[in-house]
Design a binder for this molecule. Structure first.
Ligand code: ADP
Ligand code: MN
Ligand code: MN
Ligand code: MN
Length: 332
C-alpha cells in the first residue's frame, strides 16, 4: 500500500527556527523509517557535508490529505545518530524522564497573527483599525477576521487527534489563540509543533500567512505570547507546592526569560497585560504579573500556575524543559 507520510522538522533559522516538511511514500504506518534531508538548505549543515537525519518521534493522522496519510513529527540527528545542535527535543527528553514521577502537565496558549497582502488581516490599506477593545472574543464582520481559517484549523487538529483544548479571537484584528494540553512535556511540545504546522498549511490554502511574531505591530497593540500553564501532581493536590513553584521560577527568572523567545523585551514591556521582562512577580488573578495563580486555584487551594512570559515564537521543547527542571527540582 502507498501511504503519504509528511515528515515535519524544525530547521536552523536564527534567531527563531522555522518548520520544514516533505513527503515520503511508505508502505506501512508502523515502524516508520528514519529519513534524511539537505541540511545546507535549512541552515543545519555545510554544503560539503550536507546530510542530516530525520528520526520520527510522533505521528498522527493527516487531516488535510485524509485516508491513511499521516503527519510525522521528526527530530534532527547527525549521520552518526547523535542529536543535531538544533535538536532541542533531545535536551527535554532526559529532564522529562528524570521528573516523570512528579507527573508534570502543561497547557500552552498559542497566540498568533494572520497577515494578508502584507498587513495584519483586518487592517485597512492605510492607517489603523479602531483601537483595541472589541476584538477579543468578538463576533461580527467588523471585528473578526479569519474565522474560516481558524475553524478549519480547529477541525484539522481534532481530526489529527491532537490535544487541542480551545480557541479564541484575540485583542487585535487578525490575532487569534489556540490552546494545547494539558499534556506531558514531550507530548504538549510535539503536538504544539504539529498544530503550528497545520496552522501554516491550512492558512496557505486561504492565501493567508500565520506568524508567531511576538510584536507584529508596534505601538498600542498587545503582542503575541504563549502563556504556559503548568502543574505537577503535588500542585494539583495542595497549595504549598503552587507557591514553591512560583518562588522557584522567581529565583531563575533571568535564565528563563533569555530562552522564552526572541525579542521578548519588545513584548514584555510592563504594559499590555505583561510584567517587564527584567522583573519578576507572581500574583492571584494578576494579568500584569510574570506568573499568575488563577483565582479558582486560590479558592480550591490546588491546581496550576500560568507563566505569562513565554513569547508566541518560543520553542516548547525549551520552555517545558526549563519549567520542569526549575519547578520539579524545587519540589523534589
Ligand atoms: P486564560 O484564561 O489564561 O486565557 P486558557 O483557557 O486560554 O487560559 O488556557 C488555560 C490552559 O491551561 C488550557 O490549555 C488548559 O488545558 C490548561 N490547564 C488547565 N488545567 C491545567 C493543569 N492542572 N496543569 C496544566 N495546565 C492546565
Ligand atoms: Mn488564553
Ligand atoms: Mn491570549
Ligand atoms: Mn493566559
Amino acid at each position: 500500500m502507498a501511504i503519504k507520510a509528511e515528515y515535519i522538522w524544525i530547521d536552523g533559522t536564527e534567531p527563531t527556527a522555522r518548520l520544514r516538511s516533505k513527503t515520503k511514500i511508505v508502505d506501512s504506518t508502523k515502524n516508520l523509517p528514519i529519513w534524511g534531508f539537505d541540511g545546507s538548505s535549512t541552515s543545519q549543515a555545510p554544503g560539503k557535508a550536507s546530510d542530516c537525519v530525520l528520526k520520527p518521534v510522533f505521528q498522527c493522522p493527516d487531516p488535510i490529505r485524509g485516508g491513511d496519510s499521516i503527519l510525522v513529527m521528526s527530530e534532527v540527528l547527525l549521520t552518526d545518530m547523535t542529536p543535531h545542535v538544533t535538536n532541542t527535543r533531545a535536551l527535554l527528553s532526559p529532564i522529562a524522564d528524570k521528573f516523570a514521577a512528579q507527573e508534570p502537565l502543561f497547557g500552552i496558549e498559542q497566540e498568533y497573527t494572520f497577515f494578508k497582502e502584507g498587513r495584519p488581516h483586518g487592517f485597512p490599506v492605510r492607517g489603523f483599525p479602531a483601537p483595541q477593545g472589541f476584538y477579543y472574543c468578538g463576533v461580527g464582520a467588523d471585528e473578526v477576521f479569519g474565522r474560516d481559517v481558524v475553524e478549519s484549523h480547529l477541525d484539522a487538529c481534532l481530526t489529527a487527534g491532537l490535544g487541542i483544548s480551545g480557541i479564541n479571537a484575540e485583542v487585535m484584528p487578525g490575532q487569534w489563540e489556540f490552546q494545547v494540553g494539558p499534556l506531558s512535556p514531550l507530548d504538549v511540545s510535539d503536538q504544539l509543533w504539529v498544530a503550528r504546522w497545520l496552522l501554516y498549511r491550512i492558512a496557505e490554502d486561504f492565501g493567508i500567512a500565520a506568524t508567531l511574531d511576538p510584536k507584529p505591530v508596534s505601538g498600542d497593540w498587545n503582542g503575541a505570547g504563549a502563556h504556559t500553564n503548568f502543574s505537577t501532581k503535588a500542585m494539583r493536590e495542595s497549595y504549598d507546592p503552587i507557591i514553591a513553584a512560583c518562588e522557584a521560577l522567581g529565583k531563575n527568572a533571568a535564565e528563563h526569560v533569555a530562552q522564552y523567545g526572541s525579542d521578548i523585551e519588545l513584548r514584555l514591556t510592563g504594559s499590555h497585560e505583561t510584567a517587564p521582562w527584567n522583573e519578576f512577580n507572581y500574583g492571584v488573578s494578576d494579568r500584569g504579573a510574570s506568573v499568575r495563580i488563577p483565582w479558582q486555584v486560590e479558592v480550591d487551594k490546588k491546581g496550576y500556575i500560568e507563566d505569562r512570559r513565554p513569547n508566541a515564537n518560543m520553542d516548547p521543547y525549551v520552555v517545558t524543559r526549563l519549567i520542569t527542571n526549575t519547578c520539579c527540582s524545587a519540589l523534589a
